[in-house]
Design a protein around this ligand. Structure first.
Ligand SMILES: [Zn+2]
Ligand SMILES: [Zn+2]
Length: 168
């Protein structure tokens, strides 16, 4: 594996399509990431994640107005959507699917290292959490201990992942 400095990172996203033997390729080049970097600076992490988690803001969103950024949003959202499926719309921290009883799938993808700082949308930087845990994490900013896979909250409470198949 070759580690590239973040400024040189480029991606080739490969998406499945409605046709079994046809794939859609999309290149995300360093220039795209550079544009993104300028846009995300000083933006709210939650506002960005809202765009990755839900389609509500798709129309008229100024954050994702340019074609370059739309590409990156799409890749980020796909990774999150696949993880949500992997966990069957359950929170990795509490294991609950809080919308289940209402036929709702309101689970959300959270970036462990905030995306607006790290621009890291790798799956190992994304956790699938219920909206309650997501709000609490952004409210009190617990530290994520990657070795032990636990969140350590400022008041001393520690919470591990009851579900984990993708972070190691
Ligand atoms: Zn939860
Ligand atoms: Zn988050």
């Amino acid at each position: 594996m070759i580690r590239l400095p973040d400024d040189y990172k480029e991606y080739l996203a490969i998406y499945t399509t409605e046709y079994e033997d046809t794939y859609l390729l999309e290149a995300i080049v360093a220039a795209d990431i550079y544009v993104l970097k300028n846009i995300v600076q000083n933006q709210s992490e939650r506002l960005f994640e809202e765009n990755f988690n839900y389609d509500v803001a798709e129309q008229g969103s100024t954050l994702f107005g340019t074609e370059r950024i739309v590409k990156i949003r799409k890749l980020n959202k796909k990774i999150g959507d696949n993880l949500k499926l992997l966990y069957d719309y359950r929170c990795q921290i509490c294991g609950k699917s809080i919308g289940e009883k209402y036929d709702s799938q309101v689970v959300e993808a959270h970036h462990i290292d905030y995306f607006v700082h790290s621009l890291n949308n790798d799956s190992n930087n994304q956790l699938i959490v219920c909206p309650n845990h997501h709000s609490i994490i952004h409210d009190v900013n617990p530290v994520f201990d990657r070795k032990r896979l636990i969140y350590i909250y400022p008041n001393g409470i520690k919470e591990g992942l009851v579900l984990n198949q993708h972070i190691g």
